[in-house]
Design a protein around this ligand. Structure first.
Ligand SMILES: NC(=O)C1=CN([C@@H]2O[C@H](COP(=O)(O)OP(=O)(O)OC[C@H]3O[C@@H](n4cnc5c(N)ncnc54)[C@H](O)[C@@H]3O)[C@@H](O)[C@H]2O)C=CC1
Ligand SMILES: CC(=O)C(=O)O
Length: 294
């Protein structure tokens, strides 16, 4: 956020106040080398009152052997001690959730806050989509910004790439592959999709946690909100009857993000097989949410 000068004021709240203090000091020491005059400090919940966005990234992270879903019960307890205090402050902005399992934690934020669903966004599959575009850019030797492909569904083991919707610029990837049958193979695309799914595990095994990709993803979403960009991002949003009547579940799907939060969900024209994969993700998220003791 500091490097990209995305906001005027950044206040960090952490159960471990000393850590927040240390982070604020450390960041402030970088101000002289940035293009920002951002005010950065640690603070308390009362200061959420006039904030535009509250980003929640507090809570337990995965050990190398854990899945995101295994964090659910303990992070729900963490959210019970955060969301009501933010609401009590008089906060009327947008909640942006990154804590895992992010789709269910976004739904928990919705339930605990009583806010309109459009004002509750999870990072969803924004990071997975960025990972996918990077890998596809390498594979097709093209700028990732010209790859229009998405990871959708749960930010987790059931996420998937709807290849029927993937484009290189304006050309469907399946046509690019058909025109170059000796260069590109579907099995290799499936391997890329597996690599995206396993990326977090690999990084956690190597360095304990993922930081930069998610940091960049959060800042991208924050910018879309603060600058009222109407940008399409694969955030976690509450479905309202899309995909054959799916409702209530928060899940990663392309959505137009503006100053008012999740402005419009873009329902994709999925194949039958892709719809089944989405259905599977919704079932996993719904079942785990129902098991939760809030
Ligand atoms: N959605 C995504 O793509 C990603 C999500 N994550 C998730 O973000 C979460 C945090 O991960 P890390 O930053 O690596 O963990 P971390 O351990 O470095 O930081 C978590 C912080 O939360 C604080 N905290 C714990 N309980 C709290 C409470 N009740 N109130 C206020 N603060 C509290 C801790 O004191 C700690 O400073 C995890 O759930 C992780 O899985 C991490 C990376 C990517
Ligand atoms: C930790 C996590 O969810 C990620 O990096 O994808």
């Amino acid at each position: 956020a500091l490097n990209q000068n995305v906001c005027d004021e950044l206040i960090m709240i952490d159960l471990n106040e000393k850590r927040a203090e240390g982070e604020a000091m450390d960041l402030n020491h970088g101000l002289a080398f940035s293009h920002s005059s951002m005010k950065i400090r640690c603070g308390g919940y009362s200061e959420c009152a006039d904030a535009d966005i509250v980003v929640i990234c507090a809570g337990a992270n995965q050990k190398p052997t854990e899945s995101r879903l295994q964090l659910l019960q303990k992070n729900a307890v963490v959210f019970s001690s955060i969301v009501p205090k933010v609401v009590q402050s008089g906060f009327e902005g947008i909640f942006l959730v990154a804590t895992n399992p992010v789709d269910i934690m976004t739904r928990v934020t919705y339930e605990l806050s009583g806010f309109n669903a459009s004002k509750i966004i999870g990072t969803g599959t924004t990071l997975d989509t960025a990972r996918l575009r990077y890998l596809l850019g390498e594979y097709f030797e093209v700028d990732p910004r010209n790859i229009h492909a998405y990871v959708i569904g749960e930010h987790g083991d059931s996420e998937f790439v709807p290849w029927s919707q993937a484009l290189l610029a304006a050309k469907p990837l399946k046509d690019v592959m058909r025109d170059n049958p000796k260069s590109y193979y579907m099995e290799e695309l499936e391997q890329i999709s597996d690599d995206v799914r396993c990326a977090a595990h690999k990084i956690i095994e190597a360095k304990g946690a993922t930081y930069y990709g998610i940091g960049m993803s959060i800042v991208r979403i924050v910018r879309a909100i603060l600058q009222d960009e109407n940008s399409v991002l694969t955030v976690s949003v509450r479905l309202r009857g899309e995909y054959g009547g799916k409702k209530d579940v928060f899940i990663g799907n392309p959505c137009i993000v503006s100053a008012n939060g999740a402005k419009r969900i873009l329902e994709l024209k999925l194949t039958e097989q892709e719809l089944q994969k989405l259905d599977n993700s919704c079932t996993i998220l719904n079942d785990n949410f129902k098991k939760l003791k809030l």
